[in-house]
Write a protein that binds this ligand. Structure first.
Ligand code: RIB
Length: 313
């Protein structure tokens, strides 16, 4: 690996998605109108997004020795992700996500971790060479948190740029990441959980981003779905408007954002430019069904950027 390469460490799942007019209430059954079985997992999604956006990308994960594990490996090969650090664990099930998507494209997700829970700190230690050689190391929280902290520690000590997407939120010890994570990328829900204050308005998002930045994270990006995102960096906060599209499925849009951001930073782009690219890339992903299945390639991204950002008047 080189300093221009991206290493994503994290989860791989198979996603079973059903689209319904609205999400069911507890105890209720609703009839869906379409379904999709596809490869997902926040880690794998971010790796595929980074590769599709032009980065030389390696992915480190654990899958089971089952049909779903084989689906994950085939998809990584297909998308040009180096998966030599993906371990196939005998007798373990590959992670599985059940996803419901409503008519507005919003989703809810439940994940059975399976083999993802086996990406232990010991396995992270065994990856130390790859971590130290990467330019950008990307992490999320669908693997044990002890492993996330260990990877952050090794990467930061080696001078790699660390992007942490605290999703799903499973508690975050800021003392273990401050000064080590270069870019923290929560969505509004995760930001509220970390900050312990509501994040529903753009003013609240700006306040949360500044507070996390003041707590010792160099760059904090809070993604706000259809409302764009805010960045707190160098003592200031800046809002980035959304790229307007007709969204049908937001599954994996946050991962598309993180993967594109990583690719752009690895290519040497300044952070604001990387955020602009990631905003457009994530928006494009919502115009198709599924997570990785919805990710555009670099050509589509460049064409969308050349056509200009579509923002609210
Ligand atoms: O962020 C979307 C992803 O969350 C899905 O692909 C699913 O596998 C869960 O990990």
């Amino acid at each position: 690996m080189t300093r221009r390469d991206v290493l994503v460490i994290g989860s791989a799942n198979v996603d079973v998605s059903v689209t319904t007019a609205r999400l069911p209430r507890p105890g209720e059954t609703v009839t869906g109108h379409s379904s999709l079985i596809s490869v997902g997992g926040k880690g794998a999604n971010q790796a595929v997004a980074a590769a599709r956006c032009g980065a030389t990308t390696r992915f480190a994960a654990c899958v089971g020795d089952d049909a779903f594990g084989r689906m994950v490996l085939e998809r990584l090969d297909d998308r040009g992700v180096d998966r030599r650090a993906v371990q196939v664990l005998h007798g373990r099930a590959t992670g599985l996500a059940t996803i419901l998507v409503d008519a507005a494209g919003q989703n809810c997700i439940a994940v059975a971790s399976g083999a993802n829970a086996e990406l232990t700190p010991e396995r992270i230690d065994a990856l130390a060479g790859s971590i130290a050689a990467a330019g950008v190391v990307v992490l999320q929280c669908e693997i044990p948190m002890a492993s996330v902290y260990r990877a952050v520690e090794i990467a930061a000590a080696a001078g790699a740029r660390v992007i942490l997407n605290p999703a799903p939120f499973r508690g975050l010890d800021l003392a273990r990441i401050r000064g080590r994570v270069d870019v923290l990328v929560p969505n509004e829900t995760e930001a509220a959980q970390i900050h312990r204050h509501a994040v529903t308005t753009s003013a609240e998002a700006a306040a949360a981003a500044l507070a996390l930045h003041a707590a010792g994270i160099a760059n904090v990006i809070i993604t706000l779905g259809a409302n764009g995102c805010v960045l707190a960096a160098a003592g200031e906060v800046r809002a980035f408007p959304p790229h307007i599209v007709d969204a049908i499925d937001a599954t994996g849009a946050g991962d598309a954002f993180v993967g594109c951001l990583a690719a752009s930073l690895a290519a040497g782009d300044p952070l604001p430019q990387a955020i602009e690219r990631a905003t457009v890339y994530a928006a494009l992903s919502t115009t198709r069904q599924g997570a990785q299945a919805s990710y555009a390639d670099l050509g589509d991204l460049e064409r969308a950027l050349a056509a200009g950002r579509r923002t609210h008047p």
